[in-house]
Design a protein. Sequence first.
Length: 273
Amino acid sequence: MKNFEGILICTDLDGTLLASDKSISAENTAAIERFKAGGGKFTFVTGRMPYFAEDARDKVCPNAPIGCINGGGVYDFEAGEYVTAEVLPREALELVEYAEKNVPGIGISIYTFERIYFSAENEAMAEFRAVTGVANAVKPYREIDIPIAKIVFGDTRRESLVKLAELLLAHPLAEKFNFVSSELTLFEILPKGVNKGSVLPKLAAHLGIDMSKTVAIGDYNNDIPMLRAARWGVAVANACEEAKAAANYHTVSNNESAIAKVIADIESGKMVF
């Protein structure tokens, strides 16, 4: 029975689909398979690059392209190519230079559409590589001559990231870009108009799904535009207060098989389209 026909579920990965130990529960995977078998489209929208989301792809087998780079791209794993990709203007490197001069010790990484380069090292960058397994490809940001997808600053000192955000948002070039805090230790520069909310209509249009039949699930600040864009914006119980305020539906935590709970609530009619 195609009881999920025409519904699109987009979930964040870390802190949402993934439990705190980075695993995906058997309850979540079983519910996702049931949802897909019932005609639904399931995928994830993440700040990660496609090559850095392959493990999650292999575990849940999304039956739609993923949203990646915090909204900067739509990537089709089956075709092995980007459906859409937003390039960061080179002017962004002026902001990087400004940050480097005014926030001593800030970590800097440059994301191209194929790999991540590390231009300034610190504890946050080392921790990021340790958790993700990303290779330590070192390259000065001014020497990167291929299209850039986003720029990520990192620091374990919260006060440094607060100072960084204040400086960049006050910079004369700030209006040409989007900025987002994607984790407690990370702050990003994205192309103007790009966020997780901007990628949701692109995914829906690509799949021929009406936005009134979309569900977005998330936990952090970078998920807020996606939660607001969807018909049902769902915050997990462990979400930050800002994400909870932006959502119109709350569910259990990422450690309690949140995706399975949302799918069950669709089945039971608690979430009506």
